[in-house]
Design a protein around this ligand. Structure first.
Ligand SMILES: Cc1ncc(COP(=O)(O)O)c(C=O)c1O
Length: 362
């Protein structure tokens, strides 16, 4: 009987946020809300939707393979970000780019340094390559970049930084990243995952592009899944020196991003109104949730993203289940930790109402 190798069998499967349909089927309830996967609650940009529905320019060409090079989207991104198209790689979500980066730069036995808790896909991608994920605990819920540097060994090939971090929503500052980049030794790829960067409000937010422009071994990842509201289309991008991108492209599937996603992303990029509205709704939701959580005496970590990490005074699974029964899906993250995505005003209210009820009942 075929058996996957040890390093594959020991990977813990990714547990996604519970889909609404699944919850409603299981509990026989209706009108549930999902605040579990950090999606944009207002939906996709209307400009992106228009592009998707366009028959002659989009739908009628679905019998053809997509443009494997993503020419137009890469050009649009290049112009917006003042980089060369050759310095961009497109991915089936930024998730795929994490995988491609690990497959490109890791060999069995190599190590990658990352924080814990952070985005779980980093360790999965590294383990899938037979590499070792070296997990460095967060300090005050934030990446401890000094400790991460101390964890580097001669076998280290990659260093992952989620900025802002998922699940805690914390960010690293310009000074912190500058210090790390000046100390990290040449030949280690620093992956800065900026999936939530459009939500950041802190002016001290790290400037990853500066290090890219300085020619460092850095890969910056971004996505259309979050503020652009296109998670279902699976499209993200990476920025790095041309030689890094060239190697990554060799193992990228030739048609990894689809026609609809490419066209929608080009339009979404132009839609500043949609981005601004999404930021406003997120900032207002954040303030509302801070106020309500504080008045309930629930500890939370101030966020630079579109979700909030909460530390409950009891078992998080109990609270999670109590919320599920009321049709509110959040994400358990640890024995006492829950993560909630900031939703529309009525969704945030519903979450707080359900949370209050769960506390009265238990
Ligand atoms: C930090 C971080 N990086 C990357 C991703 C992957 O996003 P996508 O593959 O949808 O671009 C996520 C998704 O939740 C995330 O939280």
């Amino acid at each position: 009987m075929i058996k996957a190798p040890e390093h594959i069998r020991t990977i813990k499967p990714y547990v996604p946020g519970k889909p609404i349909e699944e919850l409603e089927r299981e509990l026989g309830i209706k009108n549930s809300i999902k605040l579990a996967s950090n999606e944009n609650p207002i939906g996709p940009s209307p400009l992106a939707l228009k592009a998707i529905k366009n028959r002659s320019n989009c739908l009628n060409s679905l019998n053809r393979y997509p443009d494997g090079s993503g020419y137009y989207l890469k050009n649009a991104l290049a112009e917006k970000l003042s980089v060369k198209p050759e310095e961009i790689i497109l991915g089936n979500g930024s998730n795929e780019l994490i995988d491609i980066a690990a497959r490109t730069f890791m060999s069995p036995g190599d190590e990658a340094v990352m924080a814990y808790p952070s985005f779980v896909v980093y360790s999965m991608a590294v383990q899938a390559m037979g590499g070792r994920a070296i997990q460095v605990p967060l300090k005050d819920y934030k990446h401890d970049l000094n400790a991460m540097l101390d964890a580097v060994t001669p076998r280290t090939k990659m260093l992952f930084i989620a900025n802002p971090n998922n699940p805690t929503g914390t960010m690293n500052t310009r000074t912190e990243l500058d210090r790390l980049m000046s100390r990290v030794k040449d030949g280690i790829l620093v992956v800065i995952d900026e999936a939530y960067y459009e939500y950041v409000t802190d002016p001290e937010y790290a400037d990853s592009f500066k290090h890219f422009r300085n020619g460092k071994d850095i890969l910056i990842l971004r996505t259309f899944s979050k503020i652009y509201g296109l998670a279902g289309l699976r499209i993200g991008y990476g920025i790095a020196r041309q030689d890094i991108i060239t190697e990554m492209n060799k193992i990228r599937a030739p048609f990894n991003t689809n026609t609809i996603a490419q066209k929608a992303a080009i339009e979404a990029l132009k839609d500043k109104t949609h981005v601004r509205l999404s930021q406003r709704i997120n900032n207002n939701g954040k303030e509302y949730l801070y106020k309500e959580l504080s008045s309930l005496g629930i500890k939370y970590v101030p966020t630079e993203a579109n979700f909030i990490y909460m530390i409950m005074d009891k078992d998080s699974k109990t609270v999670y289940d109590a919320l599920l029964k009321q049709g509110v899906i959040v994400r358990p993250m640890g024995p006492k930790e829950l993560r909630v995505t900031i939703g529309l005003p009525e969704e945030n209210k519903r979450f707080i109402g359900a949370l209050k009820k769960s506390r009265v009942e238990s």
